[in-house]
Design a protein around this ligand. Structure first.
Ligand SMILES: NC(=O)c1ccc[n+]([C@@H]2O[C@H](COP(=O)([O-])OP(=O)(O)OC[C@H]3O[C@@H](n4cnc5c(N)ncnc54)[C@H](O)[C@@H]3O)[C@@H](O)[C@H]2O)c1
Length: 359
């Protein structure tokens, strides 16, 4: 990934869980990074624990604010953009569907249209990687992993907003960044990346499994588990981030065959149920305490959700480096160090991962 050295990289959503890890990953690769997002909305947050605005270069602004977005991108003149800014929670999307669609779907439109309008000024820009999700597929509740050419859809507003984002990205690519006109009318390649459920240190969002368990420990409360049999493609955050970077690398090299969609998820054995994940986590840290309480009043969430990652394997040579156990262990270790020793081990974990492993 030497290609990232000295490159200007613009990340939307850098104050969030995945965005802050991506920022630090890129910094370790020698990039100049600039972030664009709202202020962190959890306390604590990975962003703040790593030094907040004193550490991270960037601006707090809304992805829907076209003028500020346009000025920020033009001033920085990035070589590549990773778009992560989103309202990423299914339950929140039931409470605020309009905002979820505005940010997740129109946010993508806003970004791509802004770039189209100012592309003459963006002399460095070669690549845009848009982060959507495994939930963009029309869920059939089947035992097979979804492939990139499966039907898009979404029951809940979050999933649907991201599926809309995919359609918008595809339309903008066809209309303004068509690969047949690459090198003639424009120099920008766009891809979308669909990753599964991500775990890792520093996620403090409500209504996510590991953060809920951690809040339980912090507040000495038993965590209520509402969907124990749901199966998800769990992965340590660094795994899909490496996938995004590998995809971005191909776009930066001008390879038009990568300007489409890629799944990133665990091996088939990493698709485990919530209850299995809980048992492993409790074995690693005995303080974890939970109780299963299902209710018919819970909003609908998919039960079976798996990704087929053959395309990333064959075309990008990307495959997960970590076993499911190591993904869970490294995540729990991060929180354990934070809660018991006030130690933030993000940089150690990044270096360890870049060196080949993680535990
Ligand atoms: N965490 C997961 O398991 C997971 C799985 C699949 C996909 N994703 C996707 O990855 C991306 C990052 O998710 P995350 O888990 O880091 O979420 P997060 O909530 O930690 O971070 C979201 C980021 O988006 C920014 N943001 C939200 N609304 C914004 C707005 N209106 N204007 C500008 N910035 C805004 C926030 O400030 C924050 O920086 C999202 O696109 C999400 O849909 C996450």
């Amino acid at each position: 990934m030497n290609i990232y050295k000295n490159k200007n990289v613009f990340i939307s959503g850098h104050s969030g869980f995945k965005g802050s890890w991506l920022y630090l990953f890129l910094e370790n690769l020698g990039s100049n990074v600039f972030g664009y997002s709202l202020k962190p909305n959890t306390n604590p947050s990975h962003f703040t624990l790593m030094g907040g605005s004193n550490y991270f270069n960037g601006i707090f602004a809304d992805i829907r604010d076209q003028n500020t977005l346009s000025a920020s991108i033009s001033d920085f003149n990035p070589h590549i953009i990773f778009h992560l800014a989103a309202q990423p929670l299914v339950r929140e999307s039931y409470k605020n569907p309009i905002e979820t669609f505005e940010v997740n779907s129109f946010g993508i439109l806003n970004l791509l249209y802004t770039i189209h309008k100012s592309k003459d000024k963006l002399t460095n820009l070669k690549a845009i990687v848009i982060i959507t999700t495994d939930k963009v597929y029309h869920n059939e509740e089947w035992i097979w992993g979804y492939r990139e050419n499966d039907k898009l859809g979404g029951y809940d507003p979050y999933s649907a907003s991201k599926a809309c984002g995919e359609i918008i990205a595809d339309s903008m690519r066809s209309s303004f960044f068509n690969i047949n006109e690459f090198g003639k009318l424009h120099n920008i390649l766009i891809a979308t990346a669909r990753a599964g459920n991500v775990i890792g240190g520093g996620d403090f969002s409500a209504d996510r499994l590991i953060p809920d368990l951690i809040y339980g420990i912090i507040n000495s409360k038993t965590t209520i588990i509402r969907n124990p049999l749901a199966t998800r493609p769990w992965q340590n955050v660094l795994e899909p981030l490496r996938g995004y970077l590998m995809l971005g690398e191909k776009l930066l090299q001008g390879d038009t065959s990568f300007a489409n969609s890629f799944n990133f998820g665990p091996d088939i054995s990493g698709n485990i149920r919530v209850i299995d994940m809980l048992e492993i986590a409790k074995e690693i840290w005995g303080k974890i305490d939970y109780k299963v309480e299902t209710s018919k009043n819970n909003p609908h969430e998919a039960t079976l959700l798996m990704l087929d990652t053959s395309k990333a394997y064959h075309l990008l040579q990307w495959k997960p480096k970590l076993s499911t156990i190591d993904s869970i262990k490294s995540t729990i270790n991060w929180y354990k160090e934070f809660i018991e020793n006030k130690n933030i081990i993000t940089q150690q974990q990044l270096k360890c991962y870049m060196g080949g492993g993680l535990h």
